[in-house]
Ligand binder design. Sequence first.
Ligand SMILES: Nc1nc2c(c(=O)[nH]1)N[C@H]1C(S)=C(S)[C@@H](COP(=O)(O)OP(=O)(O)OC[C@H]3O[C@@H](n4cnc5c(=O)[nH]c(N)nc54)[C@H](O)[C@@H]3O)O[C@H]1N2
Ligand SMILES: Nc1nc2c(c(=O)[nH]1)N[C@H]1C(S)=C(S)[C@@H](COP(=O)(O)OP(=O)(O)OC[C@H]3O[C@@H](n4cnc5c(=O)[nH]c(N)nc54)[C@H](O)[C@@H]3O)O[C@H]1N2
Ligand code: SF4
Ligand SMILES: [Mo]
Length: 685
Amino acid sequence: MQNAAMTTTILGTCPHDCPDTCSLLTTVQDGVAIKVQGNPNHPLTDGVLCTKVSRYTERTYHPDRVLHPLKRVGPKGSGQFQQVSWDEALSDIAARLKTIADKTPERILPYSYAGTMGMVQGESIAMRFFNLLGAARLDRTICSSAGAEALTQTFGAKLGMKVQHFNESKLIIIWGSNVITSSVHFWRIAQEAKRQGAKLVCIDPRRTETADKCDVHLALKPGTDAALALALMHELITHDWLDHDYIAQHTLGFEALRERALQWPPERAAQVCGLQVDDIRQLAHDYAHIKPAAIRLNYGVQRSRGGGNAVRAVACLPALTGAWRHRAGGVVLSVSGHALHNGVALQRADLHTHKSAPLINMSTIGDALNTPSLVEAVVVYNSNPVAVAPDSAKVVKGFAREDLFTVVLEHFMTDTADLADYVLPATTQLEHWDIHNSYGHTDVLLNRPAIAPMGEAKPNTQIFRELSQRMGLHNPLLQEDDESLCRLALQHPRNLASASPVTWEKLLQDGFAHWPMADAPFANGGFATASGKCEFFSDRLQAQGQDGLPDYLPNYEPANPQATYPLAMISPPARNFLNSSFVNVKSLRDMEGEPLLEIHPVDAAARGLQDGTMVRVFNDRGSYDCKAQLSTRAQPGMVVGLGVWWRKLGVKGTNVNELTSQKLTDMGRAPVFYDCAVQVEAQTV
Ligand SMILES: Nc1nc2c(c(=O)[nH]1)N[C@H]1C(S)=C(S)[C@@H](COP(=O)(O)OP(=O)(O)OC[C@H]3O[C@@H](n4cnc5c(=O)[nH]c(N)nc54)[C@H](O)[C@@H]3O)O[C@H]1N2
Ligand SMILES: Nc1nc2c(c(=O)[nH]1)N[C@H]1C(S)=C(S)[C@@H](COP(=O)(O)OP(=O)(O)OC[C@H]3O[C@@H](n4cnc5c(=O)[nH]c(N)nc54)[C@H](O)[C@@H]3O)O[C@H]1N2
Ligand code: SF4
Ligand SMILES: [Mo]
């Protein structure tokens, strides 16, 4: 039939760094994607997407998409680029990288993160390529490594409750997470529980949209979560609200933890956290008496100096009360340790034989790039470090080095792409194959391409395949195709049993499958630690010179009215952006409005600021201009700069990371985005 429009729907996966990992249905008409919806058959997606991704076609067909290779022709950062052929771009890049690789391959740095969470377009061919080259290794710390390390030291792996069981919980503590913004499908489950009588508690220094909708909001000072958790332990212990049997059988170090917790009466924690003593007591009472009790712990807790300790302190709570015995009790930060995928075969770390190649921390990329002898070339993919890495004045200065050779694989001219020598057009999720695990649930999903690549865009994998050939790297592992890589991802030894629910055929048909995982993972202990127990005390941490027990570590930069920079600033995600992705999608940017600083009316009055005053937020690292929003979402002494705007779409070409520091957390070498002191003043024109 000649004129009938051909309409098909293709199953895919949301690629973004979000715990919900939704299953997508893309409607394609005559080769054009006209609609992206949530898959109604995937239980956790339930047919619903967040506002951002329901506009994914607006992003894919955006007029500013980079659709051809671009070569810099003006000075670095001048924005002058010229369209070149793939042939010219790849030959020149290969020659430049080869010159470095012949002598000092360790000075070539890959910089990538979770622009896509896909295992294939993430670290498959790319990692094999850099491993074979003997390039610098990237320490991928920018998001979750403090919490990950803390979970590993406590439970032995990144494991916890299944989110779908929160609907049976009677007490839900949402700790360090604005779930309405960052995990809207979890919020749906929590509301189901609420309708069935659950009490919802939010622990967050900011009065978020989520806090507004919970029964209780404890607005503690940033970075004081460990003190609160220790005081809860104090109450559980002194009132003997403990599950002695669970503690005896499945935990390690209770006596030592007991002593530590007894140093934290609620009065002391109330002082540190800026909370009421009675509120702490009430929370402890609720935690001990309303069952099942579940904690949705999230990453807001771990972005300050003592972040790892704070996660450990919270993670100890369910073992004290035996909350783990019920599938709707316990705690979850991440469940990424459940997946039976074969990341080892995808990435092939064994190909890297250059022992002295340095490990470079992505969170201190500012310092690394300003050490010319350390990095001569950087290849960026799936990340926008100029916008998202801390201490951005240094990051910009580093990327602006004329002697640094920079290649950026991107969809758009981001702040990072602006500073590149070459920008290579990458495909979006609608245009390539991938396999996805989730850190928020225990399903595995397939992403099939819905449309042909736009313009001359190529998948990351293909770009690295072609670059390998040009560089004379003829290892067949560098030429494996995407569909084979997707299949390989599923070949974990434990997933190869004939009864495995995860098969390629099932993924092709349904788009998703469930990795096998117990409903109540630690009901009978079985922690993944060497001792098999929940380790209140960790020998391994002690061997690293750390405290073996969780403790409260004050922030590097707490609020302090006497200090030059008296206000504590946090910079959590904006609802309509995903980190720095989507900032250039106009309909979403219009919803966010403009870069704002929430400041409490008391702090505003002290500085003569009105609602809407243009302000300069500053410290020794830099200065950020935006509009003041007088709001009791911020507490006195604390300001909130919602992230992460593109610098060039901000007021004077800066964003909030101009203010954040390159200091690192106690565990996991992670950034301390929410541990940052600033001063605010009205802008002088
Ligand atoms: N819409 C949207 N969704 C996102 C993202 C996004 O940018 N936008 N980012 C994605 C990514 S990469 C991640 S890692 C996840 C993160 O998601 P989550 O870990 O769930 O956390 P956030 O929603 O970022 O919220 C962090 C919350 O922690 C609070 N907070 C700040 N400091 C502290 C503290 O010291 N203690 C406590 N208790 N709370 C604190 C902040 O006010 C904020 O409300 O979200 C993902 N989802
Ligand atoms: N101040 C402050 N800073 C923060 C945070 C904060 O809360 N406050 N959050 C931090 C956190 S949790 C994280 S995870 C980091 C995130 O930082 P990033 O991982 O850098 O995330 P994005 O900003 O989303 O940038 C991802 C980029 O990858 C590109 N991309 C997407 N898919 C593909 C693909 O298939 N191929 C290629 N080549 N490119 C692709 C997108 O176009 C986008 O520009 O930011 C951190 N920065
Ligand atoms: S960003 Fe999160 S909520 Fe939105 S579609 Fe993707 S996985 Fe779902
Ligand atoms: Mo993140």
